[in-house]
Design a protein around this ligand. Sequence first.
Ligand SMILES: [Fe+2]
Length: 409
Amino acid sequence: MTQTHSAADIATVVQQTLQNFRPNRGFTFRSPAITVTGEYCVSQLGDALLELGASHVLMVVDRQVWQMGLLEGCESAIRLAGLQLTLFTEVEGEPDSELMTKGIEVLTQSGADFVLGIGGGSALDTAKAIAVVGDYHGPLTEFEVGGLASRKVGLGAIPTTAGTGSEATDITVINDVRHNIKVPIKGPALVPDLALLDPMLMLGVPASITAATGLDALTHAIESYVSKQSNLLSQAYAYHAMETVMAALPIAVGCGDNIERRFELAVAAYKAGLAFSNSGLGLTHAIAHQLGAKYHIPHGVANAILLPYVMSFNALCCEQEFAEVAKALGVSRDSMTPRQRCQAAIDAVRQLAADLGLPSSLREFGVLEADFDALATDAMADICLVGNPRQVTHGQVMQLMRQALEGEG
Ligand SMILES: [Fe+2]
């Protein structure tokens, strides 16, 4: 029987083809306009803000980081440059729509022309949302970022943990309080104009958080490296991020005052952020987001538990890429076959998480198998799934969660 297609069908196919078409594997790569790095580089903050044309800065800060007095250097640098400063120090816990709305009110009332997020991933994501969402009042799920010009104020990010890479990325995730869902907002306007990486701001981060955020950065690098949407630049950044995290993270966890390793990790997390912002992530993040929302498992910990299982699952169609990952992780040997290298990469990730004392099973967080059906449905709709190299079914997602529930090796 001859199959017929309506004009609408054909238009859909053409649209899908165009969306997936990469002429000669070409790509567009976005990154912050200015990246300032180094010990005490906070002292250069004022100059960077002036270069970007800022005159009045709204600082969006983690309350805890603020109370610890960690940000006096940032404040001094801004004032010494002759810039006006308004503080918003209410970031606590995960970023949500109520906090974002409050921040937008402060931005409007102050008349600030530059939003600077300082703190962990929550402060940076909140700052990015404040700068981009502006006077939009509709449901967050329907908010469209638009292009580079859709942001009316400058945007900067200073991380105090090495993990999320939010200072480099085009995404923020906001918890919509009214509907109790996590809404990812993604677009070019979310890439900060300025990223400043000062390891001196990270010295006091506890070992357990250093370990979890470091595994988040490693997951960004690995998922980005094998993503269907990876490109030559994203893979280069991801490869170097893997090398550095593997070498520096154990020392930064075991010896938190090692400034050199802290600095290397900060740059590695930034590189991993650049990589995944320009390539997408994969199934580990798609599942971890649901476990974080339902059980409040720290994001890096959820990734650390899931990543070896997802790598094993994905190995079917990216054995060669994982062999390259093994090389980056320093566990590849000339005598190994590609399959052995692939397995060595998976084993290395599992061993690193164990060495750092991270949990190895979901059971430890009270995760229930009865929730897997709904969790798998949400994971299948997660924005991160698009980059995963292997097609996955609802049943396979449930099977992966079962393995991670018990920590089966
Ligand atoms: Fe992540």
